[in-house]
Design a protein around this ligand. Structure first.
Ligand code: NAD
Ligand code: ZN
Length: 361
């Protein structure tokens, strides 16, 4: 099957995202063409490597393998240190290529190690969760968490190539898959009514991992993220639309200490919040607001937020990174595929919309 190639044109480095069913078999050729001429180091997690290591190592050819823990709790400088140790012990030099095989956590941690080892060695992303395929592997944000906050330590570091094969999603837990789909809904909401429509029309095929549907939603999402980051590599104004639904979403994740929700699930609530805010200001038609709510509902139940206080969530939002000069910038939908950024949402409006989507006062 021919792969879909999505170019990412950042000013620091252009690269391609290759999306295709079974494309991992061509890995050796793809990464060689992307410049991986020196030694290759695959960095993955025990869990991911157990499921996909045999196929991937066969396809890559000669490579050293470094396995580290994954999951949000392993997204630390300590794990980065483990990677440095292994690279130094193996005498990896500046011609080395680091190949990150895993979800968003592995991509961010390994990407940060690649950005800093010998001041930067070549990086390849092989994302294995839907979230990583549609979001975290593109755009060059890499980094780790600090005890005092998420993603506080990091860099912008673009890979040389991203290879996304939907086949790896067959082993992904259901909930992780659905969590990634909420980000796909986000892309539809911010830029692409036909992507949104496709999710609506073909949801059951998508949920049963139909290869044609998966390639379509992954490649389309990559195209949208690529076009946004190409316009705005270092997160000025335009890149902010990618935070659609993330202001309330991040607050919900933080309030529950990153334990109750998968990221996408919290973003689903966040999208409902911004849709309600927009509707109350008369910015979006009821039909569009309902279409979003229905699609989110069709994906299945979300963990409850009824014990979370709207007041607390608003406090957390006030401390968000996206507060600029004391003003919270919020991306509101105006119709499916279109948004507007506003900076005058009041606490009262926020609280009301949070309560509408299900929090306690
Ligand atoms: N860099 C960015 O621009 C960016 C964007 C969005 C999110 N992120 C980051 O991504 C992280 C979340 O990523 P995630 O949702 O992929 O979570 P994750 O990396 O924790 O993976 C989720 C779980 O799925 C398992 N897994 C991965 N691939 C699998 C497969 N194919 N089969 C079976 N199990 C598999 C992992 O072992 C893990 O337990 C967060 O840390 C977030 O900050 C970064
Ligand atoms: Zn997100």
């Amino acid at each position: 099957m021919k792969a879909t190639v999505v170019p990412v044109r950042t000013s620091s480095k252009p690269y391609n995202v290759h999306v295709g069913t079974g494309i991992l078999k061509q890995l050796n050729n793809l990464i060689s063409k992307a410049g991986a001429t020196g030694r290759r180091f695959v960095v993955s997690s025990h869990k991911v490597w157990k499921a996909h290591g045999p196929t991937i190592s066969k396809a890559i050819g000669r490579a050293d393998t470094i396995l580290v823990p994954d999951g949000e709790r392993a997204k630390t400088v300590k794990t980065v240190g483990t990677i440095y140790d292994a690279l130094i012990q193996a005498q990896a030099d500046r011609t080395a290529t680091i190949i990150a095989v895993g979800g968003g956590v592995i991509g961010d941690v390994v990407g940060f190690a690649a950005a800093t080892y010998l001041r930067g060695v070549r990086l390849v992303h092989i994302p294995t969760t839907l979230l990583a395929q549609v979001d975290s592997s593109i755009g060059g944000k890499v980094g780790v968490n600090h005890q005092l906050g998420k993603n506080l330590i990091g860099a912008f570091y673009q890979p040389s190539i991203v290879v996304s094969d939907p086949v790896v999603l067959n082993t992904l837990p259901r909930r992780e898959f659905r969590s990634g789909l909420y980000e796909v809904i986000k892309y539809g909401m911010i830029r692409d009514p036909s992507l949104f429509q496709r999710l609506h029309d073909n949801l059951s095929d998508i949920l049963s991992l139909d290869p044609i549907e998966l390639v379509y939603i992954i490649a389309t999402s990559c195209r949208i993220k690529a076009s946004v980051v190409s316009e705005d590599e270092y997160e000025g104004n335009i890149r902010r639309i990618l935070n659609f639904g993330h202001t309330a979403g991040h607050a919900i994740e933080a309030a529950t200490r990153y334990r109750r929700f998968r990221h996408g699930e919290a973003i689903a609530y966040g999208m409902l919040v911004v849709a309600d805010l927009a509707a109350r200001r008369g910015l979006i038609k009821e039909a569009d607001q309902n279409a979003l709510a229905e699609l989110i509902a069709e994906l299945g139940p979300l963990p409850s937020i009824k014990d979370l206080s709207a007041q607390d969530l608003v406090e957390i939002m006030g401390r968000d990174k996206k507060v600029l000069k004391g003003r919270l910038h919020v991306v509101l939908p105006t119709r499916i595929g279109k948004t507007v950024i506003v900076d005058d949402i009041t606490r009262k409006e926020l609280k009301r919309s949070l309560r509408v989507v299900g929090t306690a006062p």
